[in-house]
Design a protein around this ligand. Structure first.
Ligand code: HEC
Length: 99
């Protein structure tokens, strides 16, 4: 997890998301043939807490909600990077009316 005084930046998160996640999760988190949309009610904060993003990046995800296969761990992404990515995804979810 990032340090307690870390302040997440959704703009940085957007850049990081495009570099590391959109290959599977789509340009705007809308999904591809390789991974599910994250701007989706399944991933609302009450169902997938922020912590699940840190786990997903560090350890990967076993296929359980969809039929895309497993998500592999993503290397080269720091806890602060994930914090920024979470801020970006939550902002886009709010804009889509997902809370
Ligand atoms: C190689 C493809 C791939 C990449 C790259 C990828 N993901 Fe995933 N991700 C998946 C798949 C597939 C699933 C769905 C697994 C399931 O639930 O069936 C998933 C699920 C997730 C979940 C849900 C975890 C849970 O507990 O259900 C989160 C959060 C997530 N990804 C975040 C990210 C982030 C952040 C990045 C970039 C740092 C990223 N992913 C990069 C393929 C990918």
């Amino acid at each position: 997890m990032p340090a307690p005084d870390f302040v997440a930046d959704a703009e940085r998160g957007e850049t990081l998301f495009h570099a590391h996640c959109s290959r599977c999760h789509g340009k705007a988190g809308s999904g591809t043939d390789y991974g599910p949309p994250l701007i989706h009610p399944i991933y609302r904060p009450g169902h997938h807490a922020d912590l699940t993003f840190y786990w997903a990046v560090k350890d990967g995800v076993k296929q359980h909600h969809w039929q895309f296969g497993d998500m592999p761990p993503v290397s080269g992404v720091s806890p602060e990077d994930v914090g920024n990515i979470v801020a970006y995804v939550r902002r886009e979810q709010r804009r889509a009316g997902i809370r």
